[in-house]
Design a protein around this ligand. Structure first.
Ligand code: ADP
Ligand code: MG
Length: 698
């Protein structure tokens, strides 16, 4: 039996394999490309490709693919085999440097938001050597960026890499000012915690809503939900434990550092967290994790639901993006340091994040905007749709003391003077109590908690990296020209706190009073729905920032705006159509059958004895008849909205119409159907109920 350390990363073409299989020259030149972004010449690429192919074939691969992340939100791959005909009529396995570096998938069916007219179907994929190739099934997967022939990004990786570069550039300027010359690169690290639901496959197959939309569109509350809090961190059921075990093994082989797993708040809900790594790799690995989660589930007769809100009335699923800044010499820049200088640097970086989140709160909100996530944000379980930062009392008090030049009355009762004082050590546990905050400082990293479980983490990190790069740029511009660095630094930090402290909130984010205070007193944005949030992407201030750091071009932003709205419209529209279909073909006939049977029962009782009152049946049939009429008329109303939507041609208009008209018609229909479910005998109900789904996995 192989041990975990032996099998860990066994399907990854990582440094270990490269070192063993490449000549020293080729290895070093590849390392330079990975670490410094140097261009790779073709002879090196050829050597890497040959070694990669040999390794992949030895590990059972027959095909290779350029693996990329188009704007659909999932990953895409087109497989080519290594087989090449040889002159003697046989075949050999071949793979060239050119094939490694560049691919040309037919791009026409991926969303481009008008960037690429469909007749120019060509797009190309370009190898991203900073993320290791790996084997999935029988295929060597090569992580790539996906662009149009004009060079515009058609994927999520390209802008992510650009944003990391932008942040690196500005952070190095700041570190230099603090005399940190030995640092050559600043990168961001991310550890995404992933929530999911596991349900029984046979039950899933009976629910068209789950099959078509990933969430339940109907379903009355079960007698027991999550109110007992007995699932959270509870003991794991055998079927789920077997699933988690195999999931870990598969992820470990792929080099994903899956670390913690536990039950979550809702019944049937679980979480998996990997150990953090460079953002780009974390993003690739999170996509891979979501895919493997679903594949392994299928092998266990289960379905893994990654939708943000598969069940109304119980917790939805999110993803926590734990984010920090680190240097190539291994320092976490968001850790308070040992010396006064390190502390001043820490405080400046802290301010940079605070300012970034305040100035670009709209972009952060937009980065997690999807139809699915609209059911979570602001629904008293996930953080609200208002972005704010939790710093903890101690750090907030320190910033307060700096802002007002007063004594910090914390642990050591002294006046904080930057460049002189060492910050008091704050203990992580005292800073991580608030689970309601969208953006929390947790000792040496920030945790952004607004992401939905199915979101790619790329979008959030693109916006976050770019926004922080912008604050660092403003700071560096000012400090580089300062005559007295310490004085300028002190002033800058003070002013930044003054200007941006409105975004800091340590209280309960689920409280309605906070939303009122946030919007009315502090002027923070409350972008409740996806259409509201997405318009942030094309606001001038945001476009200016993102284009100035070369993270996006203006055309790319407009295309993304369109694609996100299109996704929103398509998603809700499919849900509406599924509801109408289930209502007419399953729910109405079932309730009707039950009502008829109850009426028949009453009639046959009467034939026995005309004196029998049949109160129960009469009352029930009357109620059911009324519900049938109401389900029918509400389905008609929904159909009307669906028909009207088809006549609209402007995507912004469509999204607004969906937000204002369609969604309320959907919930009205649901309310009537859920009421009918409660009144109808179980054996008549056409699909598994919430109770079946949530408590069905033993
Ligand atoms: P929780 O948020 O539930 O308290 P953990 O403390 O285990 O959970 O952290 C959650 C995630 O944060 C993990 O993926 C972990 O690897 C990641 N993490 C820890 N330190 C850092 C860091 N410096 N940068 C980025 N992510 C980090
Ligand atoms: Mg967390």
């Amino acid at each position: 039996m192989t041990t975990i350390p032996e099998s860990f990363g066994s399907l990854v073409f990582d440094c270990r394999v490269m070192k063993a299989r490449l000549s020293a020259d080729v290895y070093h030149s590849l390392k330079r490309t990975i670490q410094k972004g140097n261009k790779l010449d073709l002879s090196v690429a050829n050597a890497v490709a040959a070694a990669m192919k040999d390794w992949a074939v030895e590990n059972g691969a027959t095909h290779f693919t350029h693996w990329f992340q188009p704007l659909t939100g999932i990953t895409a791959e087109k497989h080519d085999s290594f087989i090449t005909p040889a002159p003697d009529g046989r075949v050999i396995m071949e793979f060239s440097g050119k094939e490694l570096i560049k691919g040309e998938p037919d791009a026409s069916s991926f969303p481009s938001g008008g960037l690429r007219a469909t007749f120019e179907a060509r797009g190309y994929t370009a190898w991203d050597p900073t993320s290791y190739a790996f084997i999935k099934g029988k295929t060597l997967c090569i992580p790539t960026a996906f662009c149009s022939y004009g060079g515009e990004a058609l994927d999520k990786k390209t802008p992510l890499l650009r944003s990391m570069e932008a942040l690196n550039k500005q952070a190095l300027r700041i570190l230099k000012l603090f005399g940190n010359d030995e640092v050559k690169r600043v990168t961001t690290s991310v550890g995404p915690e992933q929530e999911y639901f596991l349900i029984d496959r046979a039950m899933y197959d009976k629910r068209r809503d789950l099959i078509y939309t990933g969430r339940t569109l109907f379903g009355a509350k079960p007698p027991k939900g999550q109110e007992m809090d007995d699932h959270y961190f509870g003991s794991i059921k055998p079927r789920v434990a077997a699933y988690m075990e195999e999931l870990n093994e598969e992820l470990w082989k792929l080099g994903v550092l899956a670390k913690t797993e536990h039950n979550e708040v809702a019944p049937a809900q679980h979480e998996l967290a990997p150990i953090y790594t460079t953002t780009n790799i974390a993003t690739d690995q999170n996509q891979l994790t979501m895919e493997i989660m679903q594949k392994v589930a299928a092998k266990h007769g289960l379905v893994c639901l990654l939708h943000e809100k598969p069940f109304a009335g119980v917790n939805g699923s999110g993803k926590h993006n734990n984010w920090s800044l680190s240097t190539d010499i291994g320092a976490n820049l968001l850790s308070p340091g040992e010396t006064p200088y390190e502390n001043a640097q820490f405080l400046l970086l802290l301010c940079a994040v605070i300012q970034a989140v305040d100035d670009y709160q709209g972009l952060l909100r937009a980065s997690v905007a999807t139809a699915g996530n609209d059911h979570r944000l602001g629904a008293n379980e996930a953080p609200p749709a208002v972005v704010s930062i939790f710093l903890g009392d101690e750090l907030t008090a320190i910033l307060g003391a700096i802002e007002t030049d007063t004594a910090y009355t914390g642990v050591e009762k002294k006046k904080m003077k930057l460049g002189v004082d060492v910050l008091p050590r704050f203990i992580r546990d005292t800073t991580d109590r608030n689970r309601t905050s969208p953006f929390a400082f947790t000792g040496n990293k920030f945790e952004f908690r607004m992401l939905g479980s199915s979101n790619s983490i790329a979008c959030t990190n693109i916006m976050l990296n770019a926004a922080v790069a912008e604050s660092l740029k403003l700071y560096a511009d000012e400090l580089e020209k300062a005559e007295d660095f310490n004085t300028a630094l002190h002033e800058l930090i003070k002013n930044a706190i003054k200007a941006h402290k409105r975004i800091i909130f340590n209280g309960n984010g689920y409280d309605d009073a906070w939303i009122t205070e946030a919007t009315e007193k502090r002027g923070l944005l409350n972008l409740r729905t996806t259409p509201d949030a997405i318009s942030e992407i094309i606001k001038k201030k945001n476009v200016d920032m993102l284009t100035s750091h070369k993270v996006f071009s203006e055309a790319e932003l407009h295309s993304r705006y369109e694609i996100m709205l299109e996704n929103y419209c398509k998603t809700v529209c499919i849900e509406a159509q599924t509801m109408s279909d289930m209502s007419r073909k399953q729910i109405l006939p079932a309730v009707e059958r039950y009502a008829a049977d109850v009426a028949d029962a009453a009639a046959s009782k009467k034939t026995l004895d005309t004196e029998i009152s049949c109160c129960y049946e009469k009352k029930l049939v009357k109620k059911l008849a009324a519900l049938i009429d109401s389900i029918d008329s509400r389905t008609d109303a929904l159909d009307g909205v669906i028909a009207k939507l088809k006549t609209l041609t402007d995507i912004t208009e469509e999204a607004t119409y969906i937000r204002d008209e369609m969604i309320s018609k959907m919930s009205q229909l649901r309310a009537a159907a859920d009421e009918a479910e409660v009144m109808t005998a179980e054996s008549y109900w056409p699909f598994p109920t919430y109770g079946d789904l949530l408590f069905g996995v033993k």
